[in-house]
Write a protein that binds this ligand. Sequence first.
Ligand code: SF4
Length: 383
Amino acid sequence: MPSVFIKTFGCQANKSDSERILGDYLARGYKETQKWQDADEIVLNTCSVRQSAEDRVRGFLVNLNKFIECHGKNKPKVILTGCMLHFNEIEIRKLLPDIDEILPIAEVGFNQKAIRKDKVSAWVPISTGCNSFCTYCIVPFSRGRERSRPMEDIVKEVNSLVKDGYKNINLLGQNVNSYGLEKSGINLRKLYMDKNNFSGKSIPTNQSQYQKPISIPPFVLLLQKISQIQGIEKITFFTSNPWDFWDELIEEIATNSKIDRFIHLPVQSGSNRILKLMNRGYTRETYLSLVKRIKAKVPDVIFGTDIIVGFPGETDKDFEDTLDLVKQVDFKVAFVARYSPRPGTASQRLYPDDVPAKIKKQRWEILDQITNKDNLKNRPLIP
Ligand code: SF4
Protein backbone atom coordinates (compact mmCIF):
# COMPACT_ATOMS: atom_id res chain seq x y z
CA MET A 1 0.00 0.00 0.00
CA PRO A 2 1.60 3.36 -1.00
CA SER A 3 1.92 6.00 1.70
CA VAL A 4 1.33 9.73 1.76
CA PHE A 5 2.51 12.49 4.07
CA ILE A 6 0.75 15.85 3.97
CA LYS A 7 2.54 18.91 5.29
CA THR A 8 0.25 21.88 5.85
CA PHE A 9 1.46 25.45 6.15
CA GLY A 10 -0.67 28.45 7.02
CA CYS A 11 -4.25 29.09 7.92
CA GLN A 12 -7.35 27.10 8.81
CA ALA A 13 -8.51 27.11 5.18
CA ASN A 14 -5.37 25.17 4.26
CA LYS A 15 -5.86 22.78 7.17
CA SER A 16 -9.41 22.12 6.04
CA ASP A 17 -8.24 21.56 2.45
CA SER A 18 -5.63 19.09 3.72
CA GLU A 19 -8.37 17.07 5.45
CA ARG A 20 -10.00 16.66 2.04
CA ILE A 21 -6.73 15.95 0.25
CA LEU A 22 -6.09 13.17 2.74
CA GLY A 23 -9.62 11.85 2.14
CA ASP A 24 -8.87 11.76 -1.58
CA TYR A 25 -5.64 9.79 -1.03
CA LEU A 26 -7.25 7.28 1.33
CA ALA A 27 -10.08 6.75 -1.17
CA ARG A 28 -7.41 5.89 -3.75
CA GLY A 29 -5.88 3.21 -1.51
CA TYR A 30 -3.04 5.15 0.14
CA LYS A 31 -2.26 5.04 3.84
CA GLU A 32 -1.21 8.09 5.79
CA THR A 33 2.23 8.17 7.36
CA GLN A 34 3.21 10.57 10.14
CA LYS A 35 6.86 10.56 9.03
CA TRP A 36 7.76 12.20 5.77
CA GLN A 37 10.91 10.06 5.68
CA ASP A 38 8.68 7.01 5.03
CA ALA A 39 6.35 8.53 2.44
CA ASP A 40 6.00 7.55 -1.22
CA GLU A 41 4.24 10.83 -1.90
CA ILE A 42 4.56 14.15 -0.08
CA VAL A 43 1.96 16.89 -0.49
CA LEU A 44 3.03 20.40 0.49
CA ASN A 45 -0.04 22.53 1.09
CA THR A 46 1.62 25.91 1.02
CA CYS A 47 1.01 29.36 2.41
CA SER A 48 2.15 32.61 0.88
CA VAL A 49 0.89 35.09 3.41
CA ARG A 50 4.42 36.01 4.46
CA GLN A 51 7.92 35.47 3.13
CA SER A 52 8.70 33.30 6.15
CA ALA A 53 5.93 30.85 5.17
CA GLU A 54 7.46 30.43 1.71
CA ASP A 55 10.91 30.05 3.23
CA ARG A 56 9.63 27.18 5.34
CA VAL A 57 8.51 25.31 2.19
CA ARG A 58 11.96 25.78 0.67
CA GLY A 59 13.57 24.69 3.96
CA PHE A 60 11.47 21.54 3.95
CA LEU A 61 12.66 20.66 0.42
CA VAL A 62 16.29 21.27 1.38
CA ASN A 63 15.92 18.83 4.30
CA LEU A 64 14.20 16.31 2.06
CA ASN A 65 17.06 16.38 -0.45
CA LYS A 66 19.69 16.07 2.28
CA PHE A 67 17.85 13.05 3.65
CA ILE A 68 17.74 11.41 0.23
CA GLU A 69 21.45 12.04 -0.36
CA CYS A 70 22.40 10.57 3.04
CA HIS A 71 20.16 7.53 2.88
CA GLY A 72 20.27 6.70 -0.81
CA LYS A 73 16.48 6.52 -0.68
CA ASN A 74 14.42 6.90 -3.83
CA LYS A 75 13.00 10.37 -3.98
CA PRO A 76 9.31 10.46 -3.08
CA LYS A 77 6.95 12.22 -5.44
CA VAL A 78 6.51 15.82 -4.24
CA ILE A 79 3.28 17.66 -5.01
CA LEU A 80 2.77 21.37 -4.40
CA THR A 81 -0.61 22.93 -3.76
CA GLY A 82 -2.02 25.88 -1.78
CA CYS A 83 -1.28 29.58 -1.98
CA MET A 84 2.20 29.42 -3.51
CA LEU A 85 0.46 28.49 -6.74
CA HIS A 86 -0.01 32.15 -7.50
CA PHE A 87 3.49 32.03 -8.92
CA ASN A 88 3.29 30.71 -12.45
CA GLU A 89 4.64 27.25 -13.12
CA ILE A 90 7.98 28.49 -14.51
CA GLU A 91 8.53 30.61 -11.38
CA ILE A 92 7.59 27.75 -9.07
CA ARG A 93 10.00 25.40 -10.79
CA LYS A 94 12.75 28.04 -10.60
CA LEU A 95 12.11 28.49 -6.88
CA LEU A 96 11.42 24.85 -6.09
CA PRO A 97 13.06 22.62 -8.72
CA ASP A 98 12.27 19.45 -6.75
CA ILE A 99 8.52 19.69 -7.21
CA ASP A 100 7.09 16.87 -9.34
CA GLU A 101 3.50 18.04 -9.67
CA ILE A 102 1.49 21.20 -9.15
CA LEU A 103 -2.08 20.70 -7.99
CA PRO A 104 -4.54 23.61 -8.04
CA ILE A 105 -6.52 23.38 -4.82
CA ALA A 106 -9.80 23.74 -6.74
CA GLU A 107 -9.21 20.25 -8.11
CA VAL A 108 -9.66 18.77 -4.65
CA GLY A 109 -13.23 20.08 -4.61
CA PHE A 110 -15.59 20.64 -1.69
CA ASN A 111 -17.19 17.25 -1.56
CA GLN A 112 -14.27 14.90 -1.10
CA LYS A 113 -14.75 13.27 2.31
CA ALA A 114 -12.57 15.03 4.87
CA ILE A 115 -10.47 12.95 7.26
CA ARG A 116 -10.63 14.95 10.46
CA LYS A 117 -8.20 14.64 13.37
CA ASP A 118 -10.30 16.84 15.64
CA LYS A 119 -13.11 14.67 16.94
CA VAL A 120 -15.01 17.46 18.72
CA SER A 121 -15.25 20.33 16.25
CA ALA A 122 -15.54 19.92 12.51
CA TRP A 123 -14.42 22.52 9.99
CA VAL A 124 -16.83 22.70 7.09
CA PRO A 125 -15.93 24.83 4.04
CA ILE A 126 -18.87 26.81 2.69
CA SER A 127 -17.03 28.91 0.13
CA THR A 128 -13.59 29.42 -1.27
CA GLY A 129 -11.74 32.20 -3.04
CA CYS A 130 -12.25 35.90 -2.62
CA ASN A 131 -13.47 38.82 -4.73
CA SER A 132 -12.32 41.57 -2.41
CA PHE A 133 -8.81 42.24 -3.69
CA CYS A 134 -7.30 43.83 -0.63
CA THR A 135 -4.08 45.20 -2.05
CA TYR A 136 -1.74 43.21 0.23
CA CYS A 137 -3.42 39.84 -0.21
CA ILE A 138 -2.67 37.00 -2.56
CA VAL A 139 -5.83 34.96 -1.91
CA PRO A 140 -7.92 36.22 -4.87
CA PHE A 141 -5.06 35.15 -7.13
CA SER A 142 -4.06 31.91 -5.39
CA ARG A 143 -7.58 30.63 -4.66
CA GLY A 144 -9.39 32.50 -7.40
CA ARG A 145 -12.78 34.18 -7.34
CA GLU A 146 -15.37 33.47 -4.67
CA ARG A 147 -17.34 30.26 -5.15
CA SER A 148 -20.03 29.14 -2.73
CA ARG A 149 -20.82 25.54 -2.08
CA PRO A 150 -24.45 24.50 -2.63
CA MET A 151 -26.44 24.80 0.60
CA GLU A 152 -27.85 21.28 0.32
CA ASP A 153 -24.30 19.81 0.14
CA ILE A 154 -23.27 21.67 3.29
CA VAL A 155 -26.40 20.58 5.17
CA LYS A 156 -25.84 16.99 4.02
CA GLU A 157 -22.26 17.06 5.31
CA VAL A 158 -23.34 18.51 8.67
CA ASN A 159 -26.01 15.79 8.99
CA SER A 160 -23.40 13.13 8.45
CA LEU A 161 -21.05 14.82 10.95
CA VAL A 162 -23.80 14.67 13.56
CA LYS A 163 -24.10 10.94 12.92
CA ASP A 164 -20.34 10.70 13.54
CA GLY A 165 -20.84 12.39 16.93
CA TYR A 166 -19.86 15.99 16.14
CA LYS A 167 -21.75 18.71 18.00
CA ASN A 168 -19.65 21.76 17.08
CA ILE A 169 -19.46 23.02 13.53
CA ASN A 170 -17.08 25.69 12.28
CA LEU A 171 -18.15 27.17 8.96
CA LEU A 172 -15.22 28.28 6.90
CA GLY A 173 -14.73 30.71 4.01
CA GLN A 174 -12.66 33.77 3.13
CA ASN A 175 -15.80 35.88 3.58
CA VAL A 176 -18.55 33.72 5.05
CA ASN A 177 -21.09 36.50 5.25
CA SER A 178 -21.08 36.93 1.47
CA TYR A 179 -21.91 33.23 1.11
CA GLY A 180 -24.17 32.62 -1.90
CA LEU A 181 -24.18 36.23 -3.02
CA GLU A 182 -21.87 35.81 -5.96
CA LYS A 183 -24.84 34.30 -7.78
CA SER A 184 -27.70 36.52 -6.69
CA GLY A 185 -26.01 39.80 -5.83
CA ILE A 186 -24.30 42.25 -8.06
CA ASN A 187 -20.58 42.05 -7.63
CA LEU A 188 -19.63 45.68 -7.76
CA ARG A 189 -15.93 45.08 -7.39
CA LYS A 190 -15.90 42.75 -10.35
CA LEU A 191 -17.80 45.25 -12.45
CA TYR A 192 -15.38 47.97 -11.48
CA MET A 193 -12.37 45.82 -12.15
CA ASP A 194 -13.60 44.62 -15.52
CA LYS A 195 -14.16 48.23 -16.48
CA ASN A 196 -10.78 49.42 -15.34
CA ASN A 197 -8.67 46.42 -16.25
CA PHE A 198 -7.04 45.78 -12.91
CA SER A 199 -3.64 44.93 -14.33
CA GLY A 200 -2.52 48.55 -14.12
CA LYS A 201 -2.53 51.05 -11.33
CA SER A 202 -6.25 51.29 -10.73
CA ILE A 203 -7.75 50.07 -7.49
CA PRO A 204 -11.47 49.57 -7.05
CA THR A 205 -12.88 52.10 -4.63
CA ASN A 206 -16.41 50.96 -3.88
CA GLN A 207 -17.45 50.67 -0.26
CA SER A 208 -19.26 47.36 -0.40
CA GLN A 209 -18.55 44.15 -2.15
CA TYR A 210 -22.14 43.37 -2.99
CA GLN A 211 -25.42 45.16 -3.08
CA LYS A 212 -27.64 44.26 -0.18
CA PRO A 213 -29.63 41.16 -1.08
CA ILE A 214 -33.32 41.87 -1.51
CA SER A 215 -34.38 38.87 0.55
CA ILE A 216 -32.87 37.12 3.56
CA PRO A 217 -29.07 36.81 3.05
CA PRO A 218 -28.11 33.23 2.07
CA PHE A 219 -25.59 32.99 4.94
CA VAL A 220 -28.35 33.68 7.45
CA LEU A 221 -30.50 31.00 5.81
CA LEU A 222 -27.60 28.57 6.05
CA LEU A 223 -27.14 29.31 9.76
CA GLN A 224 -30.85 28.71 10.33
CA LYS A 225 -30.82 25.41 8.47
CA ILE A 226 -27.75 24.12 10.31
CA SER A 227 -29.00 25.14 13.71
CA GLN A 228 -32.23 23.22 13.06
CA ILE A 229 -30.27 19.97 12.74
CA GLN A 230 -30.81 17.92 15.87
CA GLY A 231 -27.56 17.27 17.71
CA ILE A 232 -25.83 20.51 16.69
CA GLU A 233 -24.93 22.49 19.79
CA LYS A 234 -22.60 25.22 18.56
CA ILE A 235 -21.92 26.96 15.25
CA THR A 236 -18.90 29.18 14.75
CA PHE A 237 -17.88 30.91 11.55
CA PHE A 238 -14.67 32.31 10.09
CA THR A 239 -14.04 34.80 8.58
CA SER A 240 -16.66 37.52 8.59
CA ASN A 241 -15.63 40.66 6.84
CA PRO A 242 -16.89 44.10 7.81
CA TRP A 243 -18.80 44.37 4.55
CA ASP A 244 -21.86 42.18 3.86
CA PHE A 245 -22.48 42.00 7.63
CA TRP A 246 -26.18 42.73 7.25
CA ASP A 247 -28.52 43.53 10.13
CA GLU A 248 -30.31 40.21 9.46
CA LEU A 249 -27.08 38.43 10.40
CA ILE A 250 -26.75 40.44 13.62
CA GLU A 251 -30.36 39.60 14.46
CA GLU A 252 -29.74 35.90 13.81
CA ILE A 253 -26.69 35.85 16.10
CA ALA A 254 -28.66 37.69 18.77
CA THR A 255 -31.60 35.30 18.70
CA ASN A 256 -29.95 31.96 17.92
CA SER A 257 -28.31 30.55 21.03
CA LYS A 258 -26.43 27.92 19.04
CA ILE A 259 -24.30 30.57 17.35
CA ASP A 260 -20.99 31.26 19.04
CA ARG A 261 -20.63 34.70 20.62
CA PHE A 262 -17.10 34.99 19.24
CA ILE A 263 -16.90 37.02 16.02
CA HIS A 264 -13.67 37.30 14.10
CA LEU A 265 -13.90 40.62 12.28
CA PRO A 266 -10.61 41.61 10.63
CA VAL A 267 -10.03 45.36 10.74
CA GLN A 268 -6.40 45.46 9.50
CA SER A 269 -5.96 49.17 10.33
CA GLY A 270 -7.74 51.94 12.20
CA SER A 271 -6.53 54.65 9.82
CA ASN A 272 -8.82 55.67 6.97
CA ARG A 273 -5.81 56.58 4.85
CA ILE A 274 -4.28 53.11 5.24
CA LEU A 275 -7.63 51.35 4.85
CA LYS A 276 -7.98 53.09 1.51
CA LEU A 277 -4.49 52.05 0.42
CA MET A 278 -5.38 48.52 1.49
CA ASN A 279 -8.62 48.73 -0.53
CA ARG A 280 -10.59 47.44 2.42
CA GLY A 281 -13.84 49.03 1.29
CA TYR A 282 -14.86 50.50 4.68
CA THR A 283 -13.77 53.33 6.92
CA ARG A 284 -12.97 53.31 10.64
CA GLU A 285 -16.34 55.03 11.17
CA THR A 286 -18.33 52.33 9.32
CA TYR A 287 -16.36 49.59 11.10
CA LEU A 288 -17.00 51.14 14.53
CA SER A 289 -20.64 51.66 13.69
CA LEU A 290 -20.97 47.96 12.79
CA VAL A 291 -19.29 46.98 16.06
CA LYS A 292 -21.69 49.26 17.95
CA ARG A 293 -24.73 47.69 16.26
CA ILE A 294 -23.47 44.18 17.06
CA LYS A 295 -22.71 45.06 20.70
CA ALA A 296 -26.17 46.57 21.09
CA LYS A 297 -27.87 43.36 19.94
CA VAL A 298 -25.35 40.82 21.25
CA PRO A 299 -24.07 42.20 24.58
CA ASP A 300 -21.93 39.14 25.35
CA VAL A 301 -20.11 39.26 21.98
CA ILE A 302 -16.33 38.69 21.97
CA PHE A 303 -14.47 40.28 19.09
CA GLY A 304 -11.29 39.01 17.49
CA THR A 305 -9.44 40.62 14.62
CA ASP A 306 -6.47 40.70 12.24
CA ILE A 307 -4.23 43.76 12.04
CA ILE A 308 -1.29 44.59 9.80
CA VAL A 309 1.32 46.98 11.15
CA GLY A 310 3.91 48.75 9.03
CA PHE A 311 1.80 48.85 5.87
CA PRO A 312 3.53 51.12 3.31
CA GLY A 313 3.33 54.75 4.37
CA GLU A 314 1.95 54.00 7.85
CA THR A 315 2.84 57.00 10.02
CA ASP A 316 2.80 57.34 13.80
CA LYS A 317 -0.57 59.08 13.45
CA ASP A 318 -1.99 56.16 11.40
CA PHE A 319 -0.79 53.76 14.06
CA GLU A 320 -2.34 55.90 16.80
CA ASP A 321 -5.64 55.69 14.93
CA THR A 322 -5.31 51.91 14.97
CA LEU A 323 -4.55 51.91 18.70
CA ASP A 324 -7.54 54.11 19.34
CA LEU A 325 -9.88 51.83 17.36
CA VAL A 326 -8.48 48.74 19.06
CA LYS A 327 -9.19 50.24 22.49
CA GLN A 328 -12.71 51.28 21.49
CA VAL A 329 -13.64 47.81 20.23
CA ASP A 330 -11.82 46.00 23.05
CA PHE A 331 -10.69 43.02 20.97
CA LYS A 332 -9.95 39.97 23.07
CA VAL A 333 -7.80 38.34 20.39
CA ALA A 334 -5.80 39.88 17.57
CA PHE A 335 -3.54 38.31 15.02
CA VAL A 336 -1.08 41.11 14.43
CA ALA A 337 1.18 40.79 11.41
CA ARG A 338 4.12 42.87 10.32
CA TYR A 339 3.63 43.87 6.69
CA SER A 340 5.78 42.11 4.11
CA PRO A 341 5.21 42.66 0.38
CA ARG A 342 3.95 39.53 -1.33
CA PRO A 343 4.89 38.97 -4.97
CA GLY A 344 1.91 39.34 -7.27
CA THR A 345 -0.08 41.66 -5.02
CA ALA A 346 -1.09 45.23 -5.83
CA SER A 347 0.61 46.66 -2.73
CA GLN A 348 3.90 45.09 -3.75
CA ARG A 349 3.56 46.65 -7.20
CA LEU A 350 2.30 50.04 -6.13
CA TYR A 351 3.77 50.99 -2.78
CA PRO A 352 7.37 50.97 -1.45
CA ASP A 353 7.81 48.90 1.72
CA ASP A 354 9.04 51.98 3.57
CA VAL A 355 8.34 51.38 7.26
CA PRO A 356 11.59 50.28 8.96
CA ALA A 357 11.59 46.76 10.45
CA LYS A 358 12.36 48.21 13.90
CA ILE A 359 9.21 50.36 13.83
CA LYS A 360 7.10 47.41 12.60
CA LYS A 361 8.39 45.37 15.53
CA GLN A 362 7.64 48.12 18.07
CA ARG A 363 4.10 48.57 16.75
CA TRP A 364 3.56 44.81 16.69
CA GLU A 365 4.64 44.52 20.34
CA ILE A 366 2.37 47.34 21.49
CA LEU A 367 -0.69 45.89 19.77
CA ASP A 368 0.03 42.32 20.76
CA GLN A 369 0.21 43.33 24.42
CA ILE A 370 -3.01 45.29 24.35
CA THR A 371 -5.10 42.79 22.43
CA ASN A 372 -3.92 39.43 23.67
CA LYS A 373 -3.80 40.13 27.39
CA ASP A 374 -6.67 37.74 28.13
CA ASN A 375 -4.73 34.85 26.64
CA LEU A 376 -7.59 33.74 24.40
CA LYS A 377 -5.32 33.23 21.41
CA ASN A 378 -5.09 29.52 22.07
CA ARG A 379 -8.83 29.15 22.38
CA PRO A 380 -9.35 25.99 20.33
CA LEU A 381 -11.77 27.41 17.79
CA ILE A 382 -9.74 30.43 16.77
CA PRO A 383 -8.07 29.81 13.41
S1 SF4 B 1 -10.99 39.80 2.12
FE1 SF4 B 1 -9.04 40.75 1.56
S2 SF4 B 1 -7.58 39.87 3.05
FE2 SF4 B 1 -9.40 38.56 3.08
S3 SF4 B 1 -8.94 36.91 1.61
FE3 SF4 B 1 -10.07 38.51 0.50
S4 SF4 B 1 -8.48 39.79 -0.41
FE4 SF4 B 1 -7.50 38.57 1.20
